[in-house]
Design a protein around this ligand. Sequence first.
Ligand SMILES: [Zn+2]
Length: 136
Amino acid sequence: MQYPLTFQEYQKALKQNRLLGLRCRTCGGVTCPPMMVCQECASPDVEVVQLSGRGTIATFTVSFVAPEGRENELPYTILLVELEEGPWIMGNLIDRDPRRIGMDIIGRRVEMSHRVFPGDKYSAGEAARPVFTIID
Ligand SMILES: [Zn+2]
């Protein structure tokens, strides 16, 4: 079985602020981040599509405790975003002070860009990850 979208390809697109996902030819569902099969129906019949990178904040948490070696990033806000196309993805909120946000950000619209985070002892090295800004 072949990966329809490799992590490497997903990363390369992220570094250009393009969010790639998989659209299922069986059920129409969209999967992101990439998996081997459709996350809705497990069909392997999927095609790579570019997603808008826009969505709404479903929920969030603020972290004051970082993994070892990443204390310099604290504090930060981790969002769970429901994308316009359906899938939910995580990413940091970068345009609000984590000490000053509250429940009122839930439901706000956001747009994705990316940041490259350095590797640490718990990861396979440097990686681009989605980050979000509130757009209205
Ligand atoms: Zn499906």
